[in-house]
Every structure is written in structure tokens, then in C-alpha cells.
Design a protein. Sequence first.
Length: 263
Amino acid sequence: MSSSDIFIGETIGTAVLILLGAGVCAAVTLKHSKARNAGWLAITFGWGFAVLTGAYLAGGVSGAHLNPAVTLGLAIQGGTAWGDVPLYLGSQLLGAMIGAVLAWAVYYGQFRAHLTDPEIIGARPTEEGMVDQAAAPKAGPVLGIFSTGPEIRNAPQNVVTEIIATTVLVLAILTQGLNADGDGLGTLGALITALVVVGIGLSLGGPTGYAVNPVRDLGPRIVHSLLPLPNKGGSDWGYAWVPIVGPLVGGALAGGLYNLAFA
């Protein structure tokens, strides 16, 4: 697998993953969206289909890691060369940022309508226009479309949640095909991974929103901080380390567990 294959596959695959994942969050969240208030089931299945689409597109090109935790787990397991890891991670982060920008473009009108609605931003009209009454909130009213956040802010619990959820995800990926004939499950693996992501969202996603992927959170959070969104509020950088550290630890644990129990 060449460096260009890794770059192209991971950038495009991760961009599509985030476009569809952030897209379903925008669809459920924003005013004047036909899917508004569709709920958690829509979000979990939307993210599952996002993983399925991104993995199917990139699988034959780069192996469709689309997630630094998966890349780390595969490197520890021995399926990915350590020398390729930086390229995988850089391509994934770039793709995540592209996907977030594309999701914003798709819902541009809805973002503007949502973020200028006094009911949403807690603002009152003045002679100068709308004024946000919340003084620099930690998390703005649309940050959840781009990045994750905890329902109860407790850093140790939040990190443990992300570690456990990511360990389940990466271990499920590493063990694919152990009982299959030949070299593995092929494109069926993308479907299995997507269903695992749906299951994690339904079962383990409640506390933190289940990042389980550092660039899924970091890339869109960077984009949120840069986009010219009116009254967008803060990007909550004080929490940003949790969905980076937790998934990376989970990916490393999954790689180690695979070597101990399945290799």
C-alpha cells in the first residue's frame, strides 16, 4: 500500500464519515430541518451508516482505518507498519476537517436561522441586533453537531467511558475474520463495523456522546472554532482532551488484548 493510497483513502473516507455523521446531528438539531427532534436513534443509526459509507469507499484503497484509535490498535497488533501511522493520522484529521466544512455548507441556511433565533441563543433584540446573554459559554448551541460533550462533566468518568467504548470498537475490528476463510471478511467487515458503532452508540453513548475516534471530535471542533457562525458560542477546549486521550488509550488496550487473547 503506497503513501498516496493511504492519504487519498483516509482523507476521502474520513471526510465522508464526518459529513454524514455531523450531517445527521445537524438534521436532528437545527431549526428548519425536516428531521429536527428525530432523536437518539436517528443519530446512532446515522453515524453507523456514516461509518459504513466511509469504510466501504476507503476499504480497498487504504484499509479504511478512518480513526487514529483503529490505526494505533492495528499497529500494536502488527497489521499496520509504525512508519505509516503518522500519515494515517494526518490524513484522518484533514478528512475530518473537510467533512465538517461540507456538513456546514449543506446546512448553511439552517445554521444561520438557528443561531439568530432568540429562543435558541438566549438573546434579546437591541438597537445593534441580537446580543447573546450567555457570557462566553463553554459549549456553544451548535457545538454538539461538530463535537462530543458529556452529560455529566466528570473527567475521570468521561475518560473511562471513552476508553471502554473504544476498546469494544477496536477489538471488534481486530477480531473480524478470525473464523472466516481466506484473508478476512472483505466488504462485509464494513457492515459489521457499522453495526458495532450503532450498538456502542445505543448502549454506551449516553454519558459522553461516544467519540471513540479522536479526529471525529478534534477535526470538527477546530472547524467550529474557525467557521463564521453567528452567536456560535465556545468550542469547549477544556473538554477536548477527553475524546482524544480516551479513544487512544482504548485503541492501545484493544491492540494489547488482541495480542494476549487472540493472536
